[in-house]
Design a protein around this ligand. Structure first.
Ligand SMILES: Nc1ncnc2c1ncn2[C@@H]1O[C@H](COP(=O)(O)OP(=O)(O)O)[C@@H](O)[C@H]1O
Ligand SMILES: [Mg+2]
Length: 274
């Protein structure tokens, strides 16, 4: 189980992370965590609240450094954020004073991703990404005028506009209502290019605590233990792509969800009592 297909894009090797606090015992957030992610793979990490998921993602993003082990992209140590990796969080993180167009184009205008792009090429890419996420017609709206689902579409468009090789997504759908979540799961797979060849897809590391979401999206699901976060299991999800509502209704989907729940149940219980 947990077999890797293709070349390795991201590698976490024996990664540990401890947070030292003055006058208190250190928190070991992540311990001896080893995981390879293949080029073009959609890897989902699940685990109970506080198990270290965000800590792992922050180290992949280069926002935080491991206390032990190594984190690499294409074999090179990750030491800081870089344009090859784009990050998306649960809480929209949009600029309230910028409209949709301004938010989507922000990284291109101010970050390394847009360096060397002429302003008309930049404008075209921004519009393409707005169209891609279905926000055509909402270009001049401001974040406070948008629903939660639309805001996350803006965040997704901004992420895609920078054309990162790797998408790092920390519970991006967790704040949305159940129906909106299902729709955005479908949209995410479409935008990722689920009907394209693996070699032409972007590599995704997606965090969620929702098991159905993990199974629907993933090529493989990494299950983490309660703190300190370790890798408990790696589950292959051999469901055919493109995936859709019929996938969610299938017996195979239900069986995989049940299996992952059985792995996570004890961890989730421990997380509620410790
Ligand atoms: N900057 C920090 N300082 C101290 N402790 C932290 C810090 N960030 C996270 N932790 C602790 O590390 C553990 C894992 O946190 P986190 O990675 O956010 O978990 P998850 O995303 O799975 O809910 C938690 O116990 C949390 O309190
Ligand atoms: Mg988290």
């Amino acid at each position: 189980m947990g077999t890797i297909n293709g070349s390795i894009k991201l590698r976490l090797a024996h990664v540990g992370k401890r947070f030292d606090a003055a006058g208190r015992a250190a928190t070991v957030a992540v311990d001896d965590f080893t995981l390879d992610v293949a080029q073009g793979e959609f890897l989902v990490i699940v685990g109970p609240s506080g198990c270290g998921k965000t800590t792992v993602l922050n180290m992949l993003a280069g926002l935080d450094r491991p206390s032990a082990g190594s984190v690499t992209l294409d074999g090179r140590e990750i030491t800081r954020p870089g344009p090859a990796r784009g990050v998306m969080f649960q809480d929209y993180a949009l600029f309230p004073w910028q409209n949709v167009r301004g938010n989507v184009g922000f990284g291109l205008k101010h970050g390394p991703a847009g360096a060397g792009l002429a302003s008309d090429a930049r404008a075209r890419r921004v519009q393409d990404c707005i169209d891609l996420v279905g926000l055509n017609g909402a270009e001049d709206k401001y974040p406070h005028q948008l629903s939660g689902g639309m805001r996350q579409r803006v965040a997704l468009a901004r992420l895609m506009a920078n054309e990162p090789e790797v998408l790092l997504m920390d519970e991006p759908l967790a704040a949305l209502d159940a129906q909106t979540r299902l729709i955005l799961q479908d949209e995410l797979l479409r935008i990722w290019g689920q009907d394209r060849a693996q070699s032409s897809r972007r590599t995704v590391v997606f965090i969620t605590h929702a098991i159905d979401e993990a199974v629907f999206l993933a090529d493989r699901v990494a299950v983490m233990t309660t703190r300190p976060g370790r890798l408990k299991a790696l589950i292959d999800v051999p469901l055919a792509r493109p995936r859709n509502d019929a996938t969610r209704a299938s017996a195979e989907f239900q069986a995989l969800s049940q299996h992952i729940w059985s792995l996570i149940r004890d961890e989730a219980y421990r997380a509620t009592v410790t």
